[in-house]
Design a protein around this ligand. Sequence first.
Ligand SMILES: [Zn+2]
Length: 333
Amino acid sequence: MSEFSKIYYTNDSPRAKANNTISIRKFNAEFKARNDLQRHLAADNNLLKLYQKQNKLSLEASRQEVYGEAGATIARANADVAYKEYLLYLDSCGIKHDFDKPAYYCTTCNDTGFINNIRCDCFKQLLRDITMDDNPQLNTDIRSFIKLKPPKMLELSTRLNMSEFYEFLNKYSENYSDSQYKIILLTGSPGTGKTFALSVFFNKVIDDDGDILMISAVKLNELFLKTHLAPLESKQEILETIIDCDILIVDDLGMEPFYNNVTAEYLRNLLDLRSHLTTIFSTNLNSEEIRIRYGNSTLSRLYHKSRAHVVDFFNTVDIRTKEATGDIINKKQ
Ligand SMILES: [Zn+2]
């Protein structure tokens, strides 16, 4: 991997960032603990002697236990006595017994990020936080579609449409790898709650330990441009996470600046590379606008009869417009 893409990775893959943060937490906790121990031992010769004694006896007891030696029980008892002596001395100095134990950020997984090979909640939370930092669009903590109702301010027809979409997403979060749909296209005017629905979906998939990435079209376009300008050998690496993740959500397609030879071309390429994986788009563009901006071949991929699931929220009332109107009325009163 080249330096370029390494830098790129730490900047742009939320999973890499989360992993990185967790290892830094672990390193810091253990470093501080080791440091505290060294500092105390260096300051007090009695403590040093007692510490070394109990350490030595405990190692010896363990060794004898492993080899099943006859003296193992006695060795362990001696080690326990030495350990008690050491603890009593700590008490007399007013030092806590666990002063040399790392104070892990997450005491469930001791900052490993795993419990029995399953991702710890701290990792999932971190992934959500990082994604939220990177994407202000990820706008909710809600992690389940159960009992979730579309915002009341939407018109009834939109609400029904949205309820149906929630149900679809809920099922899809469980069967996306087997589903015939590899493209989910969500079109409609701004403020119909598209990003909200996708954020809940994102949270749910993270909770189920799925490999999902959410990125704004603006950020994705920046990645395309960086790839375009990168040396040939690192082109593929820059987009690796984007190309490989099981589910990619691209929010607000069409909001990105249009770069010739980049925006449309790289998007079409990405769709080809991800043909066996799920890609979800939200956009305010209608099909004609998509055709003009990205070309016929991308349009036909996004609206593919059997592979794409298109949900249309056009001709519905804008939540944000309604909220804004409410604001103005309130301010006038
Ligand atoms: Zn944890």
